[in-house]
Ligand binder design. Structure first.
Ligand SMILES: Nc1ncnc2c1ncn2[C@@H]1O[C@H](COP(=O)(O)OP(=O)(O)OP(=O)(O)O)[C@@H](O)[C@H]1O
Ligand SMILES: [Mg+2]
Length: 336
């Protein structure tokens, strides 16, 4: 007897591109997902956001506009894979909430907390979690005098080199390593081209850069992967080093002691929970020469190409790329 069973596939709206400097990286991440998603379970609708922020069905030549309000009816779940501003900061998450659709990854609150390097650091500080010394300069809210005194404080009290970073950035854009105290203001001004809030922080010299992939929605299912390591090919892991020069090496699992591994995994889950993350995030650390661990940052939509650190660390932990994609979509549907 022929069983006429229609197995309806789950329709996934993969949203990529976007307005941030990480537009191209997002396209590669999305291609990885679209090519590797389990086609027995899922159907894909490609949604491309151009650099102006306009939505399209895919990014082919004769593409048609995608209207999230009119064209989302058949989409069961969205998978945004846009790094940086507008994709990772809560903006698009707010849109999914407005149209009442589930989506992969962090919700509005976690996204905006985690994309802002300043707010993230203040939250870690409130919990007494290990990080480097820092100051935040807010050129909109602070009078000039206050900024000048904070800058002179960092000159006096911080050990140089320091890093200067726009609070809202990504992919190392607008980030400078300042070796000489006299150059500090110059680099702060360069960094201000990207944001009016700037973090000045001490550098962890000769640091090892260790990362952990975290997955899950709540205390009963949040898991940390085996840590991985980035070995920067340049003075630091800047934009060229990340995406152009190809000299940086990534290693998973990282060659660290099991005590360090346990401590880093525990911290990663703590940071993930503290910032209200759901779905996925990559938590990045430094280990200094003496073995001290510092939390650097958290990324709620980390690079997701098949060779990116996030999938690579899960691969090293026994979860392959295809299964990882399935797991993330299932977590999104469970949130609903
Ligand atoms: N305090 C620090 N000490 C040593 N190295 C640092 C420090 N801060 C940043 N770096 C170097 O600069 C790189 C980029 O800085 P960071 O990770 O803060 O921003 P980002 O990578 O632009 O953010 P995102 O990961 O969201 O794209 C790091 O990977 C590291 O190589
Ligand atoms: Mg980083």
């Amino acid at each position: 007897m022929k069983i006429n069973k229609i197995n309806k596939k789950i329709k996934v709206g993969v949203v990529f591109g976007g307005k941030s400097p990480e537009h191209e990286v997002s396209i590669v991440s999305a291609r990885g997902i679209i090519e590797n998603i389990d086609k027995a379970i899922f159907g894909v609708v490609e949604i491309f956001i151009d650099k102006k922020g306009l939505f399209w069905f895919g990014n082919g030549k004769n593409k048609k506009r995608f209207d999230p309000f009119k064209n989302s009816k058949d989409i069961d779940v969205f998978f945004p894979i846009i790094h940086g501003q507008s994709g990772e900061d809560g903006e698009i998450q707010g849109l999914f909430r407005t149209i009442n659709k589930p989506f992969v990854g962090a919700d509005i609150l976690a996204s905006s907390i985690c994309l802002d390097k300043g707010i993230f650091k203040l939250i870690l500080k409130a919990e007494g979690l290990s990080q480097v010394e820092f100051e935040i300069l807010d050129y909109k809210k602070m009078p000039e005098k206050q900024i000048a005194s904070l800058i002179s404080k960092t000159r006096k009290e911080f050990s140089f080199p320091v890093f200067v970073k726009p609070c809202n950035s990504g992919s190392s854009v607008g980030i400078y390593k300042v070796k000489n105290k006299k150059d500090l203001s110059k680099y702060i001004n360069l960094s201000r081209k990207f944001d009016f809030r700037i973090v000045v922080e001490e550098s962890v010299e000769l640091a090892r850069e260790i990362e952990v992939a975290v997955i899950g929605n709540n205390y009963s299912n949040i898991e940390a992967s085996l840590p991985g390591e980035i070995i920067a090919g340049a003075e630091f892991y800047d934009y060229n080093d990340k995406y152009k020069d190809g000299k940086a090496e990534t290693v998973a699992p990282a060659n660290i002691s099991s005590a360090q591994r346990v401590q880093i995994q525990k911290l990663a889950v703590e940071v993930y929970s503290l910032t209200c993350c759901e779905g996925l995030a990559r938590v990045d650390f430094f280990i200094d020469k003496k073995g001290k661990i510092f939390i650097n940052e958290i990324n709620t939509l980390p690079g997701f190409t098949p060779i990116s650190m996030y999938p690579k660390m899960w691969q090293a932990s026994g979860l392959n790329y295809k299964s990882l994609i399935t797991k993330l979509i299932m977590l999104a549907l469970k949130k609903k």
